[in-house]
Design a protein around this ligand. Sequence first.
Ligand SMILES: Cc1ncc(COP(=O)(O)O)c(C=O)c1O
Length: 405
Amino acid sequence: MNAARHSEPDSQPVRDEAWFAARASRGVQGLKAYDPGHDLVAFRRRFAAQGCASAAEGRMPGAAVESLVELGSNENPYGPSPAARAAIVDQLQSLHRYPDPLGADLKRALAKTHGVATAQILLGNGSHELLMQLAQVFAGADDEVVFSRYGFAVFALATQAAGAQRVIVDALAGDHPTMPLGHDLDAIAAAITERTKLVYLANPNNPTGTWFGREAFAAFMANVPAHVIVVMDEAYAEMAEAESDVATALPLLDAHSNLVLTRTFSKAHGLAGLRVGYLLGAPGLVAVMERLRESFNVNGPALAACEAALGDDAHLQSARERNAQQRAVLVDAFARRGLHVYPSQTNFVMVRFGPDTARIEAELSARGVVLRPMGGYGLPECLRVTVGNADENRRLLAAIDEVRS
Ligand SMILES: Cc1ncc(COP(=O)(O)O)c(C=O)c1O
């Protein structure tokens, strides 16, 4: 090391983000970090402080905190199975130990649930991690990755981070009679070239809520060349009603070793705080993905809680039913207010509020109602609304009426 420079530690200018970005890998240079929506922790603190002020003025203590309506992140308002909570408490005895690096018990439980072999399962710190890792493993510079225009935001992020080319396929038209803005599977198939490495699909999709059916998906898979890996993001699969025609990749895994699906414990299982997702696919693909998996990427309490959650079918069923019932309440309420609601088989609905959307969103958040703006998706006249419980939905609708009047 140069002695003169060593003796002048303060002589270097502070390097800014642009300086470091110029030194990052090509994909990361142009990347924008994932937008998680509002800073909810700061939001809760602000509202808590307002609650204290209300209390000091003799109003109901904590009223402002209780009035927060958090419907921006598609979480499950009913929370996890009591068995999952108990499993976490049990795990507190073992926090000084590393978790099982293989996650073998959870994999066995998942294998039983889905009728697959444990060698077909990869565990992730949320399915977001697995979606990123798929691109990192299978796509590089000059490769193409295909996805729908309003497909889940992580598809674009993962592609760009891997340095691959995004091939964004137009969605179905906004006035499509059944699935406005949904995935156009024919157009996606037509966009595949020799350079395509991956196709990302989300079914149902976030943020649109739209879906495609079993027959259409089987026909799509029959068309996809074997060199292309198709990733089916099924984060909301458990929220789809039993009688709906939402396709899952599960029954097609045996016939297509280029097909993988990802799921999560964050939504229907109510365990978003633990960050656990999983991938199902061919054992060979899982083995290659394993090469890049970080050691102990799923923590001990999370492994135990997810295993317990899988054993509580009644809880899952109840979350699905309550969500469907409350979703119908919201869809009806929005329609009665003349607002366009996109079809959904998920725990959220996308709603078109029109040219006034930004003002409405700002006024709602000032009242403690958190929704997700859609400007980042190129849909600035829409907001994504998580289906809350009955009380949250009532307060949401009252606030909407206030700010729109
Ligand atoms: C479509 C979709 N896929 C994947 C995820 C990631 O979920 P997680 O990382 O919590 O498993 C989300 C989260 O909102 C999602 O909406």
